[in-house]
Ligand binder design. Structure first.
Ligand code: ZN
Ligand code: ZN
Length: 342
């Protein structure tokens, strides 16, 4: 079978490798769609701090089950599936207390373990999540980023009736905002620094309150949209260092700030306000099975709108072109996908 290997930053080689073996407890899928995400681009540019080359990318994907190993129950040949990309030890403190998403020895497929960029891909049955036939393979590949939204919004307490600020309007920010809507948030305000088409896409996904940080500061946008009600929950999805501080200064007392974005360097947090306003600042790391299942439900029911997020598709042998396209159009695109045998 064919496998796309990043041999060094900026270089993909298509290698002919032998077909993988589907052992006991494993599932082999024909890969159909691979979503490209921001962290893949960091790897492509040699700017990801936690990878070594050569590596096989691909952690957001969907496919069709081709074989199931002995001992696998509930997953059958022909089913549409996706899978969680974490490889965990199961034996560290966090794993043993159920927090395998923060496993001390975490490896993520596509980064520290081989990703799915090949015709066939074998994963442990325990990480496989079936998706309904009514869902497209593209939607199946969006389950991973939406699971980030499902997980982060589950960490924010009951969102019913709360006003929510989301900073960052790329795929993750968009899907976090839609997840907050699914969980009953009252008003959701989403904005970004880069402008471009991302704020229009937000509107196409039913996220009508937007702001462009170059034209309107966060405090001004918050005042315009939430007025005296203020907002009670914030999600940092931009990886911008100043956002937690701005959120602390503008969120209602007792508010919760969830950090998904990865910012380099020190991030200032105003401790006096944190204490005085009894705020919570909390990190959100990837997801667990329940988040994948929740994401599948929201997409299947149509509660999460996915069509506007699909920017462009490239065939498998055009993998490098997909990266070039993203580099050239980063302001205006949401999700670029690579398709195989579709
Ligand atoms: Zn990703
Ligand atoms: Zn572990």
């Amino acid at each position: 079978m064919k496998q796309a290997v990043v041999t060094e930053p900026g270089k993909i080689e298509f290698k002919e490798v032998s077909e993988p073996i589907c052992h006991w407890g494993e599932v082999m899928m024909e890969v159909k769609v691979i979503g490209v995400c921001g962290s893949d681009i960091h790897v492509w540019h040699g700017k990801h701090p936690f990878v070594t080359y050569p590596l096989v990318q691909g952690h957001e994907f969907s496919g069709k089950v081709l074989k199931v190993g002995d001992g696998v129950k509930g997953i059958k040949k022909g089913m549409k599936v996706t899978a969680l990309p974490q490889v965990v030890c199961g034996n560290c403190g966090p794993c043993r207390s159920g927090l395998f998403n923060v496993c001390e020895n975490l490896a993520v497929r596509g980064f520290q373990a081989a990703g799915c960029a090949s015709n066939l891909y074998v994963v442990p049955a325990g990480s496989v999540i079936p998706i309904p036939d009514s869902m497209t393979y593209e939607q199946g590949a969006l389950v991973e980023p939406l699971a980030c939204g499902a997980h982060s919004t589950s960490l924010a307490g009951d969102l019913t009736g709360k006003n929510v600020l989301v900073v960052g309007a790329a795929t993750i920010g968009n899907l976090v905002a839609q997840a907050a809507r699914c969980r009953g948030a009252k008003k959701i305000l989403i904005g970004n620094r880069s402008g471009g088409r991302k704020l229009e896409v937000a509107k196409e996904c039913g996220l009508n309150e937007t702001f462009y940080q170059k034209n309107e500061s966060i405090p001004d946008a918050v005042k315009r949209v939430f007025g005296d009600e203020g907002y009670q929950v914030a999600f940092e999805c931009a990886g911008a260092r100043e956002i937690p501080k701005i959120a602390c200064e503008t969120i209602s007392k007792g508010g919760v700030i969830i950090v998904l974005g990865v910012a380099g360097g020190d991030t200032p947090i105003p401790m006096a306000i944190l204490n005085e306003h009894q705020l919570t600042v909390r990190g959100s790391m990837m997801y667990q099975h329940c988040d994948y299942k929740q994401a599948v439900e929201w997409i299947a029911s149509g509660e999460v709108i996915t069509d506007p997020l699909l920017s462009k598709e490239f065939k498998f042998d055009k993998y490098p072109e997909a990266y070039k396209f993203i580099d050239e159009h980063s302001k205006d695109i949401m999700k670029v996908m690579v398709t195989l045998g579709k």
